[in-house]
Design a protein around this ligand. Structure first.
Ligand code: ZN
Length: 301
């Protein structure tokens, strides 16, 4: 049985394990998941299933021990060199995959953030995908699979993942000693797994920002405190605002379609503004917050 620390990974891991046992595992897989959602954890668990002599991640066979020590010679990981995954990295990888494995078992290459493959690297990879060598597997991990060339995508078997429900996330956080009521913060940090790395101070701060944005929207006034928080951490503060507006959107989508339409556009505008802020030398954050609040109340009318 597949072992996993994340309950909603159980199904994809079981499927992976079954394909492995049935000798039906595709040579090239697409893992459409980011680290904030636990991509690294899932990759570790898949790696262990693949190499383990029992294919169950027993933890005590030689392969499991080598993985634990981080020294398995047939596991190859590619990460971007700077901002790109370059052609030399892929050429080198292809050579290694064409050779026989060092431990006599399978060979596995993991390409992380595969959207960073540059054009030459992608072309080189395509050749390797077209002619897979025996007992070699390639997993491409990316949160933005739409950025991969169609020629590459067509060669990959996409893993089927299940998104966790709110209750599952809450239970998971509780298990990791995080207050379950903080589950909403997983939207801000990109996923529940990312929340495990957030300090308690940061969690509390985010709760405070949510509270003061809530009050500001209700009272139609940007307070000094709100302006200060937003000046200190503009991206986070505006993400909280977007989160609150999205929650509002969900509650009115069916009953007030016109308001919902304009709210969607407004949330996009805030996102664009937030990107611009990083490039601006000085920003009047108080005015910015007040402006967003006023715009929101205009939409409601
Ligand atoms: Zn094992």
């Amino acid at each position: 049985m597949a072992v996993t620390s994340v309950p909603w990974f159980e199904q994809p891991l079981r499927q992976f394990q079954q394909q492995l046992l049935d000798n039906k595992l595709a040579h090239a897989l697409l893992l459409p998941l980011g680290n904030a959602n636990g991509a690294q954890l899932l990759l570790n668990e898949m790696t262990q299933l693949l190499f383990c002599y029992q294919n169950n991640g027993c933890g005590s066979c030689k392969a499991c021990l080598l993985l634990k020590a981080g020294t398995h010679p047939d596991l190859h990981q590619i990460v971007a060199d700077g901002n790109q995954i370059k052609v030399d990295q892929i050429r080198q990888l292809s050579q290694i995959l064409a050779q026989t494995s060092q431990q006599g078992g399978p060979k596995l290459a993991i390409i992380k953030q595969a959207e960073k493959l540059n054009e030459a690297a992608a072309n080189s990879l395509l050749k390797t995908l077209e002619e897979p060598s025996a007992a070699s597997y390639i997993i491409l991990q990316t949160e933005q699979s739409g950025l991969l060339p169609a020629t590459i995508l067509s060669r990959l078997q996409k893993m089927t993942l299940v998104a966790p429900g709110q209750q599952q996330i809450q239970a998971y956080l509780s298990q990791h000693n995080i207050d379950a009521s903080l589950h909403w913060q997983s939207h801000i940090y990109g996923g529940p797994i990312a929340l495990l790395d957030v300090t308690q101070d940061q969690q509390n701060q985010l709760q405070t920002i949510r509270k003061i944005w809530g009050m500001a929207l209700r009272d139609k006034v940007a307070t000094k405190e709100l302006a200060q928080y937003t000046a200190e951490m503009p991206a986070l503060s505006l993400q909280v605002l977007c989160y609150l507006l999205q929650s509002k959107l969900l509650s009115i989508a069916a009953s007030q379609p016109n308001f919902a339409d304009s709210l969607v556009k407004f949330i996009q505008t805030i996102g664009k503004e937030a990107n611009k802020l990083t490039k601006m030398p000085t920003v009047n954050y108080h005015a910015l917050c007040q402006d967003f609040i006023s715009q929101y109340h205009k939409l409601k009318r």
